[in-house]
Design a binder for this molecule. Structure first.
Ligand code: PMP
Length: 306
């Protein structure tokens, strides 16, 4: 069983507080309706000894878009958000591990959209360095909700109820992650990442209109694919295409680039050639200063002694 880490500090109410004091009131819409929007950001140690966050500006922009769609005012500037990350990084970072930051705007005041006030909460968790292991994937019986029900474009916790159900289903089948189809039976996304499929050397991924989050990692992968000469095509993907694909992978901030060993119990025999090339270029871009400028990396404040 994976246990949630309990870091010493959480940023809440405008400053760092001990983990045990990071609480929300049961009367808030954050608790009663699960009302929040959030972003997951990854930071990596780099070869010059700095530690930097991937695509900070894009994450900030997507947080604002999610907030706007749920009518949650966000009074924070990019600099405010960066300061919260810096404070946590400064007190929690360890050289031996990377870090994943979750920035959540919780609705702490207001009722049914009136008088809405949100608070920025930032938690940070240590992450092992290294390349993700291959995974077994399944196709879930649960469906991604439609744009007119609970839009996948909004990154809010309530969107992850179905992802949780899919993971529970997958665990029973020995799958580390599950692919969700949309209401038309085509591929939407996985529980916390986007789906990539390689057929005949071409990388395919479904567009957000199929029920996928507007992924920042996917945009990064698009640039890497172009630089490697791998054609990148965004188009709807049928379920049966997954079963005849040469390679399947997942991508996301936390998932990074994960390669699938099998889909619905059927081994993938394509050898993951294209995905492995993308994976190794991705990791050299995040770890190496001045690698090729394909990924925007923002350095954070380091602890006095790391
Ligand atoms: N889909 C879902 C449901 C996710 O939770 C994530 C992770 N944020 C992604 C896709 C990938 O998005 P990104 O590359 O921006 O992390």
């Amino acid at each position: 069983m994976t246990k949630l880490q309990e870091p010493a500090y959480v940023y809440i109410g405008g400053r760092l507080r001990p983990w045990a004091e990071a609480t929300l009131h049961i009367g808030s819409e954050a608790v009663t309706r699960g009302l929040n929007v959030f972003e997951g950001l990854k930071g990596y140690w780099r070869d010059d000894g700095s530690f930097a966050i991937v695509e900070l500006q894009r994450h900030y922009d997507r947080l604002l878009r999610s907030a706007r769609l749920l009518h949650i005012p966000c009074p924070l500037s990019l600099a405010d958000m960066k300061e919260a990350i810096d404070q946590l990084a400064e007190s929690l970072l360890e050289r031996s591990r990377d870090m994943w930051f979750r920035l959540t705007l919780y609705v702490v005041e207001g009722h049914w959209g009136e008088g809405t006030v949100a608070d920025l909460v930032v938690t940070a968790y240590h992450q092992d360095k290294g390349v993700p292991s291959p995974v077994n994937l399944g196709v879930s019986t649960w469906r991604r909700s439609a744009d007119v029900s609970l839009p996948a474009r909004i990154k809010t916790s309530t969107n992850y109820q179905v992802a949780r159900l899919a993971r529970i289903e997958g665990r029973r089948q020995g799958c580390q992650d599950m692919i969700l189809l949309n209401n038309s039976g085509r591929v939407a996304e996985a529980t916390g990442s986007c789906v990539m499929m390689v057929r005949d050397g071409i990388l395919h991924t479904p567009p957000p209109s199929e029920g996928a989050l507007e992924s920042i990692t996917l945009e990064v992968i698009r640039s890497i694919a172009v630089s490697l000469g791998i054609p990148f095509v965004q188009r709807p993907i049928d379920r049966t295409e997954l079963l005849v694909a040469d390679e399947i992978g997942l991508c996301g901030t936390l998932a990074e680039i994960q390669i699938a060993n099998s889909i619905d119990g059927v081994p993938l025999s394509g050898g993951a050639r294209a995905l492995q090339r993308l994976q190794s270029r991705f990791f050299s871009a995040v770890r190496t200063v001045g690698a090729d400028g394909l990924i925007e990396m923002t350095p954070v404040r380091l602890p006095a002694v790391v």
